[in-house]
Write a protein that binds this ligand. Structure first.
Ligand code: NAI
Ligand code: MG
Length: 398
């Protein structure tokens, strides 16, 4: 096997802990790689006034693939106060290193899987017809457009003349918002481009095709948000007609989706959505399969091949300083598995997935979240597995 170089971006707090465990699992599965660590996160904001230093961007550009833990970000007042004294008042502004990384490398495709691991005590259950309990098997991949839409950053408070005049040229604006004093007006745009809408929709179709699913679900709101949601639905319908006639397009509004997914989550396998609705629907689905200890994501650019694989949880600062870490490493480990799949190391990926599934199914080794305990340093004494013990149990199965 080719020896690869992988950039590790541990970041802050528990990001550092879970990433280390994921690498132990990759090693144990026989993945041969050299790991180079990139600086990212709060520490580098405080020390250098930049949470994503240029040298980290250069590393990622060179090696293309990264495993990312989590970063800490803090409210505005703390951001300024924690900057090194010699850097204060020098015009440094904090920005999210994750969003910056996404935009810099145009990581437009985000995949967020939500798949039931049988035996996980956190799995969603519902009342069955006979009054008993029913546990649907969930197998969903959410394709979230990762760079545009409501998170595109094109927004104003108290917009200037050009923007205001342009808004006033729209009859609806004139009719409904002209009464508002300009300084009291906040505008965030939702921009979709056909190029990137097509790319995320295509990624969803290709995945559905590969997995043998006969449907993709567009999760937007085209009846109200006619231009942008409407564009995504139309792109999907045309792609179905012209390129994937064996896969049909289901149109489910985002609001309805959040209702349906607790009624019949097993009816969905491939969902595609814009940036914000994709964020919402993936968090909602993640809650059905165990939440933050299990939710993973991959973001990549299909042209450059640059990809970042990460759990969706944050740095959980309240657990970061524990002598024995208690957080569940499975989300990070499964993110590393997504990287293997991206590299087409399917056998190795399947081996780790199987090991994780076996540990969860057996139920002998469970992190505090799986035991529904309140997080505290005592949980290990009360029978919860530590972060290390969870990873060890998975490694033992390999
Ligand atoms: P969080 O995800 O760090 O933690 C929320 C809670 O979820 C934790 O207190 C813990 O109870 C639980 N949790 C998280 N990860 C877990 C795991 N692996 N196993 C078991 N339980 C787990 O989100 P929070 O507290 O809102 O934010 C903390 C910091 O993380 C903030 O500075 C925030 O900005 C940042 N953040 C970073 C993200 C990233 O790097 N991708 C994403 C979300 C938040
Ligand atoms: Mg989210």
């Amino acid at each position: 096997m080719l020896k690869r170089t992988i950039v590790t971006l541990p970041g802050d707090g528990i990001g550092k802990v879970v990433l280390e465990e994921a690498i132990r699992v990759l090693d144990a599965a026989g993945f041969e790689a050299e790991y180079v660590e990139g600086d990212i996160g709060w520490e580098f904001w405080c020390k250098e006034g930049n949470p994503l230093p240029d040298r980290t961007i250069a590393l990622l550009k060179k090696h293309k693939l990264a495993l990312f833990g989590a970063i800490t970000s803090k409210p505005k007042d703390k951001t300024a106060a924690e900057l090194a004294p010699e850097l204060q008042g020098k015009g440094f502004t904090y920005y999210s290193p994750i969003v910056t990384m996404r935009q810099h490398f145009d990581l437009d495709i985000c995949m967020r899987p939500c798949q039931t691991l049988p035996g996980n005590p956190l799995n969603f259950i519902r009342r069955a017809k006979d009054g008993g309990v029913d546990e649907p098997v969930i197998d969903v991949m959410i394709f979230r457009q990762n760079t545009e839409g409501l998170y595109g950053g094109v927004e104003w408070t108290n917009p200037g003349d050009q923007v205001y005049d342009a808004l006033m040229s729209h009859p609806k604006f004139k009719q409904n918002f002209a009464w508002c004093p300009r300084p009291e007006l906040a505008v965030s745009t939702r921009i979709f481009t056909k190029k990137y809408t097509t790319r995320i929709v295509r990624a969803a179709f290709e995945y559905a095709h590969k997995r043998g699913f006969s449907k993709i679900t567009v999760c937007e709101k085209p009846n109200v948000i006619r231009e942008t949601s409407g564009m995504m639905l139309k792109v999907a319908q045309e792609m179905s007609k012209n390129e994937f006639p064996h896969i049909w397009v289901e149109d489910v509004n985002i609001d309805a989706m959040t209702m349906w997914l607790t009624k019949n989550p097993e009816n969905y396998n491939v969902i595609v959505a814009g940036n914000m609705f994709g964020d919402i629907v993936s968090d909602a689905f993640a809650g059905l399969i165990g939440g933050l200890g299990f939710a993973t994501s991959a973001q990549f650019n299909p042209e450059s091949g640059i990809g970042v694989f990460e759990p969706t949880h944050g740095s959980a600062p309240k657990y970061a300083s524990y002598d024995t870490s208690i957080v569940n490493p499975i989300a990070m480990i499964l993110s590393a598995v997504m990287m293997l799949e991206h590299l087409n190391e399917m056998e190795m990926a399947a081996k780790i997935r199987k090991a994780v599934a076996e540990v969860v199914a057996e139920g002998k080794v469970r992190a505090y979240d799986m035991l529904k305990m309140k997080g505290s340093p005592d949980v290990v004494k009360q029978g919860a597995a530590s972060t290390r013990q969870m990873a060890d149990a998975i490694i033992a199965k390999l």
